[in-house]
Design a protein around this ligand. Structure first.
Ligand SMILES: [Zn+2]
Length: 410
């Protein structure tokens, strides 16, 4: 591979600060496939993923267990210590499980080779974990992409769960029968990426399935992630949950790419599922965004938004009968995932806190019966206009856009 190509791969790095040094890796497989990834920095640093581990995780997610070489480029290598023993261990742990030795080379950005080793096990003579070649690595099924088109037909949640289950089958555990998690990540262009967990003998370095599937999308330069489905072989009759580390990871990805990923957690053997947005799944998430990061978003500002309701509507909201409100001329930019405080217009007192689960916009004259789900009905269209003119004045016309806001009480 040309050094220019390797250097180009640096652009895949996801940094916490723009001046942080980047690294990138390319993995070559005997299958003929090539996997490229940049390092993924976490604001917490605890969740940093090296580019070497990322390329190996990408290969495992593609059912490809024949990586024989990794080349890395480092922007600011320490020439006295070019090789991190942690990276060496990650690569050795991978080759123990696949039975395929991996040659490793490090370059600086000028293309100068600063380290190379045919088999990193040679430099870790004291490290001899038991041989645990995974059965799946001997099966001669050809590698296949872990990316597909998400079907437009059928039940959305069921489709998402099916892909998450397929993700589990692509995990890379430390032993064959390990239980685990599977994830499916959807992007705005209708693609779906699947992955299971990429485990490590040092479990602290595991990449959970959520992170793994997200990395697949990001390294494919598909940044507009909309949904993440999660299923676990440990949660059969109730929805599983993302761990705190993954919630933090997702929260940081949301902030870096201006996203609001909807997390759908499934029960493996029943139809149950739950939907979450980070704002309620990890309230008050820790963040370290600095203004110099171009991808900075206002997602994390967590401004409290309020909505006022007539007092006659308050009991309907509290009983759950009313879970939709229609608003016009929204200057608060209410969007899915926002946490709203509800105020009783008459008393001025807060009476509920809710999360926005869905937002739809429509011209008033295009409202259909279905839009009245969870919303009080009007005697007639005329009455409806009258009521909205009372709220918003005569600027309300047939063409005024109504924001249909569905919410769930907290
Ligand atoms: Zn996790």
């Amino acid at each position: 591979m040309s050094k220019d190509k390797l250097k180009e791969t640096l652009k895949l790095s996801i940094v916490s600060k723009l001046d942080n040094p980047r690294s990138a890796s390319i993995a070559y497989s005997k299958s003929g496939q090539i996997y490229a990834a940049g390092s993924v920095d976490s604001d917490t640093h605890l969740l940093n993923i090296s580019s070497e581990q990322a390329v190996l995780a990408l290969s495992a997610s593609a059912n490809d267990y024949e990586v024989y070489k990794i080349e890395s480029v480092y922007e600011k290598p320490d020439k006295n210590a070019p090789l991190s023993p942690i990276i060496a261990k990650i690569i050795v742990d991978h080759q123990i499980r696949t039975g395929q030795e991996i040659e490793y080379e490090i370059f600086d950005t000028k293309g100068e080779k600063i380290f190379s080793e045919k088999n990193l096990a040679n430099i870790l003579p004291f490290y001899n974990p038991s041989d645990v070649k995974l059965d799946r690595t001997s099966q001669k099924t050809p590698p296949s992409k872990n990316k597909a088109l998400f079907p437009k037909k059928g039940n959305f949640e069921k489709n998402l769960k099916d892909f998450a289950l397929k993700g589990f089958e692509r995990n890379f555990p430390t032993y064959d029968s390990a239980s685990g998690y599977g994830s499916a990540v959807l992007t705005k262009d209708g693609s779906v990426y699947i992955a299971g967990q990429y485990s490590s003998f040092e479990h602290r370095m595991n990449i959970h399935s959520e992170m793994n599937a997200i990395i697949s999308a990001l390294m494919d330069k598909n940044f507009e992630i909309t949904h993440l489905g999660l299923v676990s072989t440990k949660f059969l009759d109730c929805p599983c949950n993302s761990c705190g580390a993954c919630r933090q990871f997702i929260s940081e990805i949301n902030a870096k790419f201006n996203l609001n990923i909807e997390i759908v957690t499934f029960s493996k053997d029943t139809d149950q599922f739950e939907k979450h947005f980070i704002k309620e799944y990890l309230p008050e998430a820790w963040g370290n965004r600095t203004d110099n990061l171009q991808l900075t978003t206002n997602n994390q500002k967590n401004k409290i938004k309020t909505l006022k309701f007539d007092s006659n509507l308050v009991p309907l909201v509290l009983s759950g009968e009313k879970n939709t409100t229609w608003r016009m001329f929204d200057d608060k930019n209410i969007s899915t995932g926002d946490v709203l405080t509800f105020i009783n217009k008459e008393t001025g007192k807060e009476f509920a806190v809710a999360t926005v689960t869905k937002v739809k916009e429509k011209e008033l004259n295009k409202i259909t019966d279905k839009d009245f789900d969870g919303h009080e009905k009007f005697e007639s269209k005329e009455k409806m206009f009258e009521i909205y003119r009372k709220y918003y004045g005569n600027k309300v016309t047939q063409e005024t856009i109504v924001k249909i806001i569905k919410f769930k009480l907290k």
